[in-house]
Design a protein around this ligand. Structure first.
Ligand code: SAH
Ligand code: AVI
Length: 335
């Protein structure tokens, strides 16, 4: 994420029902602060964590099945190859997954843990509470005997982990979601993981790699327009949760690679000059062609991942990749 809320919402165990009133109030206050801050910048910005209400999470799931979006299937292939050996060597008792979403690929890790006769506790962490609760319900049904303790948390602020997790813990941060955080936020976040780690714990990090710009741009500009809908969903979320009056059709999806920063950026470009009322926040004006940046998605290579890990107190221990340009990195805590 490029920016984060100033008012940190505390982490809460996820319940299967709607958010408790205090929690909903904290989310709203954080959202107001984020929107006020982001939309008053020269380059207007909204944090990508607001894509993921139930509709946004489903749109993301649809993105993962698109022919252009190579990331998910490449990572799944790599997991299929390397999860078994990793789990057999580490024998984790707990799997903690950051930004778990629907935990679709996690099943590869959970299956490997079951096959190896280890793994008693799964802790999916996500900012999207409703979706997380559904994921937890499904996993409990699929893996009887596995303790599933979901935690709703904004990982840019805190991990929200239960105390006394059985070690060794395997932390997983898949999908290249790390790329949605700028370098300093990414290092802070991974530093938080480092802080939670014991000496025999490991981090499994999925990272999308630098490659032909046309391939990356196609992945974020799919022919069916699913990514465009996903991008515009953040405006639906602000309309519903804050009573904002965005006319979503007045915004065009744009995704462009910025070579100097090794990242693709998603923007919502105003099709016309307009003023948008957002209760509590105020009136926001946009010129024709002016954009709101909604996401960055950084692309890496081995040295940049090793550097990021080092900055976070971690050391790169294993590096697995294939020719589709995605990597699984395994990191250990630096003493
Ligand atoms: N891990 C899955 C899902 C990736 S989508 C995969 O690899 O396919 C990104 C997920 O991260 C979403 O579920 C979203 O709700 C979550 N997320 C995004 N920003 C977050 C934040 N700041 N804190 C916690 N979770 C976040
Ligand atoms: C979740 N995250 C890693 C995705 C990405 O590729 O940056 C979100 C996404 N944005 C557009 N398409 C998918």
């Amino acid at each position: 994420m490029t920016r984060h809320g100033t008012q940190a919402a505390a982490a809460t165990p996820a319940h299967d029902s709607a958010l408790p009133a205090g929690r909903a109030g904290a989310r709203r206050a954080t959202m107001i602060a984020d929107v006020r801050d982001g939309l008053s910048r020269k380059q207007k910005e909204l944090p990508p964590k607001y894509f993921y209400d139930e509709r946004g999470s489903k749109l993301f799931e649809a993105i993962t099945r698109l022919p252009e979006y190579y990331l998910t299937r490449t990572e799944r292939r790599l997991l299929g190859r390397y999860a078994g050996p990793l789990v057999r060597a580490l024998r984790p008792r707990t799997l903690v997954e950051l930004g778990a979403g629907s935990a679709a690929k996690t099943r590869v890790l959970l299956d490997a843990m079951r096959d190896a006769g280890c793994g008693e506790h799964y802790v999916p962490v996500d900012v999207s509470g409703e979706f997380l609760a559904a994921t937890a319900r499904r996993l409990r049904a699929e893996y009887p005997g596995l303790r599933v303790t979901p935690a709703i948390a904004d990982i840019a602020v805190e991990l929200g982990l239960p105390s006394n997790l059985p070690h060794p813990v395997l932390f997983a941060f898949l999908g290249s979601t790390i790329g949605n955080f700028d370098a300093s936020a990414a290092a802070t976040l991974l530093g938080r993981v480092r802080h939670a780690m014991g000496p025999f714990d490991r981090l499994l990090l999925g990272a999308d790699l630098r490659k032909d710009v046309a391939v990356v741009e196609a992945a974020y500009n799919d022919a069916q327009g699913v990514t465009a809908e996903f991008n515009r969903n953040v405006l639906h979320v602000l309309n519903r949760e804050l009573g904002a009056e965005f006319d979503v059709e007045r915004f065009e999806h744009r995704a462009l690679y910025v070579p100097a920063r090794h990242r693709i950026e998603m923007h919502l470009v105003s099709r016309q000059e307009q003023a948008v009322r957002i209760p509590v926040v105020g009136r926001v004006t946009l010129r024709q062609g002016e954009s709101i940046r909604t996401e960055i998605s950084c692309k890496y290579d081995r040295p940049s991942i090793a550097r990021l890990l080092r900055r976070s107190g971690l050391a790169l221990e294993q590096w697995h990749t294939d020719n589709a340009g995605f990597a699984l990195a395994v990191a250990m805590p630096m003493p």
